[in-house]
Design a protein around this ligand. Structure first.
Ligand SMILES: [Zn+2]
Ligand SMILES: [Zn+2]
Length: 162
């Protein structure tokens, strides 16, 4: 399965998914609902940046009453912590599920993530949920996380008649 070319083309992916029994179609809908949420999140991030910029200016000019200062400062600190991380790669996240019952391994696409490296310690990475807009221009990577499941769709009695 060449997921790279098809991830962001819902119709094509849908027809491809119909042929791949291991990936439930329901998962597809979840992914795109998630994409909408992510795009909304990107807009919120922009609004937050403006809010912080404004708060900094007003704080410097002594606009906030004393009792409000600490919460405003906390908000700015939280924002700065977020910016401690630099975008490093656009990541296609997969999971490999090994069935403890029948031993089969199933791969699933888990969504687009962004690998970020710590501003100071470049060897420290973290992976956060992202989207193609936020990841634009970043080098492509893939990551696969492995885990075990007690049963899978192939050997579960829930799918006996399928
Ligand atoms: Zn199994
Ligand atoms: Zn299986």
């Amino acid at each position: 399965m060449n997921t790279t070319v098809h991830i962001w083309q819902p119709k094509e992916l849908k027809s491809e998914l119909d042929e791949i029994e291991d990936i439930p179609v329901r998962k597809l809908n979840d992914d795109f609902a998630e994409l909408d949420a992510l795009l909304a999140g990107a807009m919120t991030a922009k609004a937050d940046a403006l809010k912080v910029k404004d708060a900094r200016r007003r704080l410097a000019n002594g606009h906030f009453p004393k009792e409000e200062r600490s919460s405003v400062e906390a908000m700015i600190t939280a924002w700065e912590l977020k910016k401690e991380w630099l975008p490093a790669a656009s990541v296609q996240m997969f999971s490999a599920q090994t069935c403890s019952n029948c031993g089969e391994v199933h791969y699933h696409f888990e969504g687009v993530y962004q690998r970020q490296i710590h501003k100071v310690s470049h060897t420290i990475s973290r992976w956060i949920k992202s989207d193609v807009v936020a990841n634009k221009g970043l080098p492509e990577e893939a990551k696969c996380e492995e885990f075990f499941a007690p049963v899978c769709a192939c050997c579960s009695s829930a799918f006996e008649d399928a």
